[in-house]
Design a binder for this molecule. Sequence first.
Ligand code: SF4
Length: 234
Amino acid sequence: MVFQDPYASLNPRWRVRELVAEPLVEQRLVAGAGELAARVAGLLQAVGLDAADMHKWPHQFSGGQRQRIAIARALASQPEFLVLDEPTSALDVSVQAQVLNLLQDLQHERGLTYLFISHNLAVVRHVSHRVGVMYLGRVVELVDQPVLFSPSTAAQRHPYTRLLLDAVPDVRMRGHPRAPLQGELPNPLAPPRGCAFHPRCPLANARCRSESPALRPFNGAQLACHAAEEGRLG
Ligand code: SF4
């Protein structure tokens, strides 16, 4: 797991060596102190840091460097699957790009699978292969990344996905009419009956207010939407 805020996820009282070594020690993956130091050095170098950085404290690093330390720690036990919870949202935009490129390089080198959680569609477009769009804790659409961002299939997207895409600022979209998202976000602990999106959906009908839509195949994607089933999308 890599958490959102590297200023909060690294123990300020531990040196980098202890932080990165923790999974190795807890899971008894190394035999002695020498092997431990070598593994930590290798992990730091794999994320673009110096092996000597293991002797420093977290406060001696910038936000991007701290996130690299968190990634090194996550890789310590040689996982195949990583959960990345908004790993760049606390960073400056230029540093975000460096960390995203590092994650992509590591993915290619090590054959990793990522579950990448983000609310930033530009980041989603850059890193993802397949996207699950969630509303109030439920997946409302599962779609391949190129299809999600293709203008030619925009009319086939879930109504919530379409509103999200419409909200992305784009200089090429001058004069393009946009539909603002109506209403307030309901309480996730007591979501509306039927489709949870119906109070805000421009395509809602009586069925949407009473029956929860299941995720079903639709034109190469999967949508949880009655309008898709009834041919009312687009
Ligand atoms: S099921 Fe109905 S309310 Fe929900 S997204 Fe589809 S059209 Fe809108």
